[in-house]
Design a protein around this ligand. Structure first.
Ligand code: GLP
Length: 242
């Protein structure tokens, strides 16, 4: 059963999650973080960067795995999740770049990219805390509706609503890639602690389905109900339909 926390705003959520991550890193200096992209976790990354700097926390051994990546963006594209994770997480937190992995979205290497990524997560001893946002379609990572609840890292086709939502990051909606590589729902469920964040009214339906709906592949967020340690942190607007 998920633990539900309703907070005042994103900033309060960010401070809460940053506090959990700081305690984890103090206990385990080579902690493994599961990193989400999108707007939702940005307040968490900002709060975490501030705590690390104010409290001089040694994060050189901290490892990270991003949830997902677009397939086929040129290396160094500013909106590739590799670039976003570098800009929003690795640099501000001062993490060791070689210890933070993002799935490989190079079409030439895509055949084995999923298996390689799963192997790297296993070799790191698994993910300690997985930060998750949720899409309007109910997707977690890029596991769109219909994704198997047992799925592992693999290539998926993005849905039209998700491409439309992410068009804001690109010059034109046509520039949003058609495919992505994402940790599967099965991969996500192997993390030791899931933290699902959502803010704003646009997420209220997805949160109601994830937290109170039936567990179903048509609402990938509902898979968090299968996990023994899930924390859902939302603002009032995202909690409106609970
Ligand atoms: C994106 C990401 C997800 C993210 C979701 C919500 O497409 N692949 O990991 O959780 O969609 O995005 P946002 O946080 O910007 O609302």
């Amino acid at each position: 059963m998920a633990e539900l926390v309703v907070v005042e705003d994103e900033r309060a959520a960010g401070e809460l999650v940053a506090g959990s991550i700081v305690s984890l890193i103090r206990r385990k200096p080579d902690a493994v973080l599961g990193l989400a992209t999108g707007s939702t976790p940005l307040a968490t990354y900002r709060a975490l960067a501030a705590r690390i700097s104010d409290e001089s926390i040694d994060v050189r051994g901290v490892r990270g795995f991003a949830l997902d990546e677009y397939v086929g963006l040129p290396a160094g594209h500013p909106e590739s999740y590799r670039s976003v994770i570098t800009r929003e997480v690795v640099e501000p937190l001062g993490l060791t770049p070689e210890l933070v992995r993002v799935p490989n979205g190079d079409p030439e290497q895509i055949q084995h990219a999923g298996v390689d990524y799963e192997a790297a997560i296993l070799a790191a001893g698994g993910i300690d805390i997985q930060i998750l946002g949720i899409g309007r379609t109910g997707h977690i990572g890029f596991n769109e509706p219909g994704s198997s609840l047992a799925s592992l890292t693999r290539v998926k086709t993005l849905t039209a609503p998700t491409r439309a939502d992410n068009a804001r990051f690109f010059d034109s909606p046509d520039d949003v890639p058609m495919h992505c590589i994402t940790q599967g729902i099965g991969t996500i469920l192997r993390a030791r602690h899931l933290v699902l964040l959502a803010f704003g009214e646009a997420k209220a339906d997805a949160i109601a389905a994830a937290v109170e709906g039936p567990v179903t592949a048509s609402q990938p967020g509902s898979a968090v109900q299968l996990h023994p340690h899930t924390t859902v942190i939302v603002d009032e607007a995202a909690a409106a339909r609970l």
